[in-house]
Design a binder for this molecule. Structure first.
Ligand SMILES: [Cu+2]
Length: 206
């Protein structure tokens, strides 16, 4: 390589690097929020998630639902599209996994005692109801969010969504009581500032 070309590269590269880093790294931040007027078990029936720009390069993390003492644990499992969920049976009795998308059966599989965990990858956004046909009291929900930002609302009514880039999003509150979204509102995440959200459910649903 000629000497002048090498000198030129040396001086240009750091400047280019700065430019690239500066352009791509708008600082991600947390959204912290509160659902007004709900606490305890009522708060724990709510899942919040964002819709909006696709989650670039976000690999879904593994998730699990365990059947223990005739209970699905956790009762509400929010995940992102593409997540493989392992379903384990820790009881010494037969269970089955009957999953519904609306009224349609998504899958229905027996799970004898001491069998290996069953796995299912959830490929569509929406809520999936999980029942065990052997034990009618068993019930759980997998809430499949279209982005990687989701959370169950804590029992004090608060929630937090981490590592959200600047932009405009819709924040959806999904309600187990309705088996549907209860409310959706716009959230603007600005670079640099904390983002706080106050959500108020329609009066008939709080
Ligand atoms: Cu069962």
């Amino acid at each position: 390589m000629p000497a002048h070309a090498s000198r030129c590269l040396r001086c240009v590269t750091p400047a280019l690097l700065l430019l690239v880093v500066g352009a791509g790294a708008a600082p991600a931040q947390s959204i912290t929020g509160h659902v007004a007027g709900v606490r305890g078990n009522r708060a724990a029936q709510l899942v919040v998630y964002l819709t909006g720009p696709a989650a670039e390069g976000a690999a879904p993390e593994a998730a699990e639902i365990t059947q223990r003492q005739k209970t699905f644990i956790p009762h509400l499992l929010p995940i992102t599209v593409g997540t493989a969920v392992a379903f384990a049976n820790e009881d010494s009795i037969l269970h089955n996994l009957h999953a519904y998308e609306g009224r349609r059966t998504l899958f229905n599989r027996a799970q004898p005692a001491f069998s290996a965990p069953l796995r299912h990858t959830f490929t569509r956004p929406g809520a999936v109801l999980l029942l065990c046909d052997v034990h009618p009291e068993m019930e759980a929900y997998v809430v499949v969010a279209p982005t990687r930002w989701f959370s169950v609302v804590a029992r004090d009514g608060t929630f937090s969504l981490r590592d959200v880039g600047p932009g405009s999003y819709s924040l959806v509150v999904w309600d187990e009581r309705r088996r549907a979204a209860a409310i959706e509102q716009q959230v603007l995440v600005r670079p640099g500032g904390p983002t706080t959200v106050e959500v108020r459910l329609p009066a008939s649903q709080s």
